[in-house]
Design a protein. Structure first.
Length: 321
């Protein structure tokens, strides 16, 4: 065979190999790694997305909870996994925008070690109290109490957004309270309901079921606007804390250098999932909003939110651990 013939044969073979790879993926179950515990708000969304992804992929999508270090344990695991499409990271903005400002050193690079797949949802947090244990009915009531007795009361945080939300409130309202960190929001919620902490910034996905049961009271939401699911709850700015605006997002990442056909498949499936009316209805019912988007959209969010969260964290006086 001539040199030209060999070149043509090699190109054709590579093309067939690429096509075969795209057609073969996925040939086994996909592991969706999540840095927060089962029962958390993000876990509820991840499991709905995983179940719907299975229909598109034709293979099981198994949620693997690896809680700890505000999602860093899970992110590090995925960053160091083979870039073959069988291990993906479902994560909030914590790992890719906030934690770089909250930790002195991360075991991974949020940009270089990952390939963005797409956005899933946006969500706000809710400032909660225990209606039986504490008399606060408004943010103004809580603020007045904290100013009257600085350092006496405690608040819980189960993730990076919850921690920053509380510190931002302390800074903008000029109050002092003791932060009690938890492995996840469900544990913090248990202590709020049990009267062991005084208030909590929880993601809306976990707050809403407790609100419906009357076990907690919502004083405000942290975003710029009121979510569809909580139309009667004021924003922090409306409740008397001017300039308060904090919200988060969920996204999916692959390890860096994932094959282009794998990325294309996952992105296409994910956009089908996030545009599914049933998934959108589920998200809104638990306080999130569907946020369809591809790799470029998620990469932009990482870039802009890393800068935004850095400013918020520095303004709140939070130092890296």
């Amino acid at each position: 065979m001539s040199a030209t013939g060999l070149a043509v044969f090699a190109a054709a073979t590579l093309g067939l190999s690429s096509t075969a790879h795209a057609q073969a993926y996925p040939a086994k179950p996909i592991r969706m790694v999540l840095g927060y515990p089962a029962g958390s708000g993000i876990d509820a969304v991840a499991r709905q997305v995983a179940a719907r992804l299975e229909k598109e992929a034709g293979q099981p999508v198994v949620v693997d909870n690896r809680a700890g270090a505000l999602g860093n344990i899970a992110a590090d695991m995925v960053a160091k996994s083979p870039a073959d499409g069988y291990t993906i990271l479902f994560t909030p903005n914590s790992t890719h925008a906030a934690n770089i400002h909250l930790f002195k050193k991360l075991p991974f690079d949020p940009v270089k070690d990952f390939q963005p797949v797409g956005t899933v949802a946006s969500l706000g947090f809710v400032l909660l109290t225990n209606p039986e244990a504490r008399p606060y009915k408004t943010v103004a009531d809580l603020t007045a109490t904290l100013k009257r007795e600085p350092g006496k009361y405690s608040w819980g945080s189960g993730n990076a957004t919850g921690q920053v939300a509380g510190e931002l409130y302390k800074t903008l309202a000029g109050v002092d309270a003791v932060n009690v960190p938890y492995k996840g929001v469900p544990q913090a919620m248990t202590d709020l309901i049990g009267g062991r902490i005084d208030f909590l910034f929880a993601d809306a996905t976990l707050a809403i079921p407790q609100l419906k049961g009357g076990r907690v009271r919502a004083l405000a939401v942290t975003g710029k606007t009121r979510p569809t699911s909580l139309p009667d709850v004021p924003t922090m700015a409306e409740a008397g804390v001017p300039g308060y605006d904090l919200s988060g997002w969920f996204g999916i990442f692959l390890p860096a250098n994932a094959p282009a056909p794998v990325l294309a498949s996952l992105t296409g499936w994910l956009n089908t999932v996030t545009r599914d009316p049933a998934i959108a209805e589920f998200m809104r019912s638990i306080g999130a909003e569907p946020l369809p988007g591809g790799p470029a959209d998620l990469a932009t969010l990482v870039r802009t939110d890393t800068e935004k969260w850095g400013k918020i964290i520095r303004a709140a006086g939070i130092t890296a651990e």
